[in-house]
Design a protein around this ligand. Structure first.
Ligand code: FAD
Length: 298
């Protein structure tokens, strides 16, 4: 029987696998290889890895993990996880079953974009999800925040750190009230008209066309997405979730179900960053190992 099955091979799962490997624990990491940031060309903000291509980051991380013989990586989707008599049964898409003493969920999140014509052409090239990731590259430009909910206020304020020319577009939704005046005081405008479509050239945003016929020139921006769990395992296993939909964990990644750990974006801690996901993976694997060791001394 395996000591641990890790589901998800992003920075969270891979760093967890590294720690499991260095503890000599028998582990398999399953990864479908559809990370959240796969639309981008470069990732930023991770010291020693700043500007690296997401695929290159993953390659380097896998090379680190593969030095440790007790860990193997399988490129396969996990479909079902069940717990019976304190043991986990893990079934892959190919129909193979594995058993493990513990499960570590590092399956991440999926971004659901607002339904605006043209948005797919710019997402990940000039319109991104977070200014900490890509704000530097768009500094000083004519920027848009596209947000259909009350997070428009927070994102409008935040993006003003990178440019003095920011317009918040709510796409027809009335989600701001006195916040409009607060934003205006710092020169952040709000447009509540419905968006007809985004115009772009080679992935570069050029303007935003409104239903009323107006066209507003913009060069780049941030879109506020809806975040949903990539996998249904918290539900399958009965793990408690937080009010914002993240898997509830303690500081060592322990969920509310014994033997189930979670780390990275899946616990919806903010900001969503590679370095934070990797650190959480490290801590969750340490949690798994410490719990094994403590149990052995009971
Ligand atoms: C457009 C964009 C740009 C970003 N840029 C940056 C940046 O520049 N810097 C930065 O620090 N952060 C950036 N981020 C945030 C960063 O991508 C996330 O914080 C990070 O990827 C979270 O890591 P994770 O390991 O939790 O999840 P992920 O990296 O999403 O990895 C989860 C993995 O689990 C796999 N998986 C899911 N379900 C299953 C299953 N059932 N079976 C097997 N495998 C499964 C997925 O396929 C995926 O490979 C960006 C995000 C987006 C959306």
């Amino acid at each position: 029987m395996l000591d641990c099955v890790i589901i998800g091979g992003g920075p969270a799962g891979l760093n967890a696998a590294l720690v499991m490997g260095r503890a000599g624990r028998k582990t398999i990491l399953f990864d479908e290889d559809k990370p959240r940031n796969r639309v981008t060309q470069e990732s930023h903000g991770f010291i020693t890895q700043d500007g690296v291509k997401p695929s290159e980051f993953k390659k380097r991380a896998r090379t680190d993990v593969q030095k440790y013989p007790s860990v193997s990586i399988k490129e396969e989707r996990v479909e079902i996880i069940e717990k019976a008599s304190g043991v986990f049964r893990i079934q892959t898409k190919g129909g193979t079953d594995y058993t493990a003493k513990t499960v570590l969920l590092a399956t991440g999140l999926r971004d659901v974009l607002p339904e605006i014509p043209g948005i797919q052409n710019v997402y990940g090239t000039s319109v991104f999800g977070c200014p900490f990731c890509d704000g530097w590259e768009m500094r000083g430009q004519a920027l848009a925040v596209i947000a259909e909910n009350e997070r428009a206020f927070h994102m409008g304020k935040l993006l003003s750190n990178w440019s003095r020319d920011v317009i918040v577009f709510t796409n027809g939704y009335q989600v701001l009230d006195e916040e409009k005046d607060i934003l205006a005081r710092q020169h952040v405008a709000v447009v509540e008209e419905k968006i007809e479509g985004l115009e772009s050239k080679g992935g570069q945003l050029t303007s935003i066309r409104l239903k009323n016929g107006q066209e507003i020139q913009r060069e780049a921006g941030i879109v506020v997405t809806d975040l949903v769990q990539s996998a249904p395992f918290a539900e399958q296993l009965g793990c408690e979730v937080t009010p914002n939909g993240g898997i509830k964990v303690d500081s060592f990644g322990r969920t509310t179900v014994e033997g189930v750990y979670a780390c990275g974006d899946t616990s919806l801690s903010t900001p969503s960053q590679l370095v934070i996901a990797a650190a959480e993976g490290n801590k969750a694997a340490a949690g798994v190992i410490m719990d094994f060791v403590e149990a052995a001394f009971l």
